[in-house]
Design a protein around this ligand. Structure first.
Ligand code: ATP
Ligand code: RIB
Length: 328
């Protein structure tokens, strides 16, 4: 049986990077040099991070990305395979080097990131078409925006011919045409991306208080045809907006000691996709995602920080207990 004949898998398509991290007391300002930091080379890239979060939380996971024909590309594929991710569909670029991210993290866990996409930017629509069956047969398809918009459009066009639940993490935010948005089931922006997306679609002014602003932005964006918007709010958790019922549900997160938030959003999205793949409803899936991301922020690195299912279950129970007691 071919792998794609059994549709119970999460398919992540996106970027794979090597993260070059410096952890120091403070972030430099423009023109300033800060010394005394600690260096670490980590595996990252939004797509690869989300694939690791998905498999560690218990779903069969396939990952498509383009890497350079270099030592970094080999490292990425080998590490993702060790995780148990199916990397058979990954592609080597003959002209570009692998994606690299320079990341600076300060003692409060705040970060600055600069990415040289390299091979990631060369993942082309025709390479996506070569994997049409894999895309159409997936239960959940997850995409972020460190690859070209044409490629993203092609992925969702093909996925729409099957039954996959289509998730887009609009990060880093670029212009998204109404056509792409119509083809997505769930969009997961952070707060800045929600407002950026609203503004890029020329949906009018958002003049209300913070809560009203978030609700108006979600309702306006849903008019493009997206049924579910999940906005992540850092330490404040996340808000699910279900357009068919016009219901907003706040899912809190746990109060933890933050070390490094790099990959927190990726952890949230990978776990969300994985739990949906396991047949749970959206609210339960977001609770698991929140429980997982509250672990990821307490650890250094991106892929290294992704929790396993047993650890997520522990935090999920804590979160439920606090919610039931009305303490969150
Ligand atoms: P990043 O770019 O840092 O990966 P993001 O901007 O995409 O993250 P956030 O909204 O900051 O997304 O965080 C995603 C999720 O991670 C939140 O919804 C929350 O569940 C969890 N999280 C983030 N920051 C914290 C924190 N300080 N404490 C606990 N949980 C957090
Ligand atoms: O979301 C975090 C990721 O963004 C990092 O791992 C880095 O590679 C950048 O792509």
């Amino acid at each position: 049986m071919k792998y794609e004949d059994n549709s119970n898998y999460v398919l992540v398509i996106g970027s794979s990077n090597i993260d070059l991290n410096i952890y120091s007391k403070k972030l430099p300002t423009s023109g300033e040099t800060v010394t005394g930091g600690k260096f670490q080379q980590n595996l990252g890239g939004k797509g690869a991070n989300q694939a690791v979060a998905s498999i560690r939380s218990g779903s069969k996971t396939v990952f498509i990305a383009k890497v350079g024909t270099d030592i970094y590309g080999e490292q990425m594929i080998s590490q993702l395979s060790k995780e148990g991710i199916n990397t058979d569909y990954m592609i080597h670029d003959l002209s570009e080097s692998s994606g690299i991210a320079f990341i600076m993290v300060d003692e409060k866990g705040e970060n600055m990131i600069s990415v040289a996409p390299g091979a990631n930017a060369n993942l082309l629509p025709h390479e996506i078409r070569n994997n049409s069956e894999l895309i159409k047969n997936a239960k959940v398809v997850v995409v972020q925006m460190e690859i070209s918009t044409d490629t993203i459009e092609e992925i969702f066009n093909i996925a729409s011919q099957g039954d996959a639940i289509k998730i887009l993490n609009p990060a880093p935010l670029k212009y998204l045409s109404p056509h792409i948005l119509r083809n997505i089931d769930i969009i997961v922006p952070n707060e800045g991306e929600l407002y950026g997306l609203h503004s890029s679609l020329n949906l009018g002014d958002l003049t209300l208080d913070l809560d009203g602003k978030m609700k108006q932005a979600s309702r306006d964006i849903a008019k493009t045809g997206i049924t579910t918007i999940i906005t992540t709010l850092g330490s404040k958790g996340s808000i699910i907006f279900q357009a068919d019922t016009d219901i907003f549900t706040h899912i809190p997160t746990l109060d933890v000691q933050v070390i490094d938030t790099v990959g927190a959003g990726d952890c949230f999205i990978g776990v969300l996709a994985s739990i949906i793949n396991q047949g749970e409803d959206i609210v339960k899936a977001v609770k698991y995602a929140s429980a997982a991301a509250s672990i990821a922020v307490t650890r250094e690195g991106a892929q290294d920080s992704m929790p396993h299912r047993e650890e997520i279950n522990v935090n999920f129970k804590k979160l439920e207990k606090l919610r039931n007691r009305g303490e969150l």
